[in-house]
Design a protein around this ligand. Structure first.
Ligand code: F6P
Length: 356
């Protein structure tokens, strides 16, 4: 893409907050200042852009935030920005305020907004920040590692009381429609199963196995449920497990604890790498991209590709849209999706094998 003169960039956080967002804001600001750019922080996500709620960021403004959860720029969900008029208004504000490029920290909804903005001529680069890890184009999102470690710490405590009372504890975790938090934490806490949308677990077989291993003296059981299974799923599962196994069963819904806390080293490193890469992309003219992690490599994928892959993976793509896709692109996306599903099956089988 033609290199565009970038003198002043904007940075915002949008959607659900995630531990590591502050580390990313710090990296964006420091990398931009180091590169001779001006930086404007936009508060409250896209709503703040429309309200022109902005603050110039200097080197000291991002001191001592790398270790803090949440986002110093705040975040909000914005209905107006979802409208064509809202997008056009936001693009005009960027031009009026001399914002030559925008770095958007957030999840899939954030990237859809950034893509629309880039269609209006505002160069954007997205940085994946969400505890859900539900951006198919990247192996991992900022906030995911911290949220998982929070869940592990909490479930270890729940297991203590489960052991004392010989109980089964059903634990519901966040993740929106994605089961990544559930499946990884289930393996790491020795859960009996991870109930997620991406992989059908045979509940009857799980119950039979619980009854069997109970007879070998196993006192406590953990079953992790991803919230994407639906509002009443966990309560119904508690009733069914208690009735069919005779094991006292309780429910813990971890909720918003998973969204806070000081980011782990892993998230601080990832956020710093991705934030710095986003600035480089803007300067080099590689815009309308999403910064992704592929293994230990930090790469960028076109925003249009990342949004389409996400829509296909989450089943949000209409049949006529799928029909229109170039076969080679569809093949590439199907391959990525198949790899993700195969990984889920592998972890689920491992959980089933080692949790006796
Ligand atoms: O996207 C992050 C997330 O925490 C999801 O896991 C959860 O379902 C959702 O946000 C909750 O949204 P809100 O903070 O708007 O209630």
């Amino acid at each position: 893409m033609k290199k565009r003169e970038i003198k002043r960039i904007g940075v915002l956080t949008s959607g659900g907050d995630a531990p590591g967002m502050n580390a990313a804001i710090r990296a964006v600001t420091r990398m931009a200042l180091f590169s001779g750019l001006e930086v404007v922080g936009i508060r409250n996500g896209y709503q703040g852009l429309l309200d022109q709620d902005m603050v110039d960021l200097h080197v000291r403004d991002v001191s001592y935030i790398i270790n803090r959860g949440g986002t110093m720029l705040y975040t909000a969900r914005c209905e107006e920005f979802r409208t064509p008029a809202g997008i056009k208004k936001a693009a005009q504000i960027c031009r009026d305020r001399g914002i030559d490029g925008l770095i958007t920290l957030g999840g899939d909804g954030t990237f859809r907004g950034a893509y629309e903005l880039s269609e209006q001529g505002i160069p954007c680069v997205g940085v994946p920040c969400t505890i859900d890890n539900d951006i198919a184009a990247t192996d991992v999102t900022i906030g995911f590692d911290t949220a998982m470690n929070t869940v592990v710490e909490l479930i270890d405590k729940i297991r203590d009381t489960g052991e004392s009372h010989a109980r089964c504890n059903v634990v519901e975790v966040m993740g929106r429609q994605a089961g990544d938090i559930a499946i990884q934490t289930a393996l790491s806490v020795g859960a009996v199963a991870a109930i997620v949308r991406e992989y059908d677990v045979d509940i009857g077989a799980m119950i039979e196995k619980m009854k069997k291993v109970r007879l070998t003296g196993k006192r406590n059981f953990i079953i992790i449920v991803s919230e994407g299974m639906g509002k009443d799923y966990s309560n119904e599962l508690v009733k069914r497990v208690q009735t069919e196994t005779g094991i006292e069963t309780r429910l813990s819904i971890l909720g918003y604890i998973q969204r806070g806390g000081s980011p782990t080293l892993r998230d601080r490193v990832l956020a710093t790498q991705m934030g710095a890469a986003a600035v480089s992309n803007l300067i080099l003219g590689d815009t309308n991209d999403v910064i992704c992690a592929h293994g230990s490599n930090i790469v960028s994928e076109e925003m249009s590709y990342a949004v389409s892959l996400d829509n296909l993976y989450k089943g949000h793509m209409k049949p006529e849209e799928i029909q229109k896709m170039p076969p080679s692109l569809k093949y590439e996306m199907d391959k990525v999706i198949a790899e993700k599903k195969a990984y889920y099956a592998y972890i689920q089988n491992l959980i089933g094998t080692v949790s006796l």
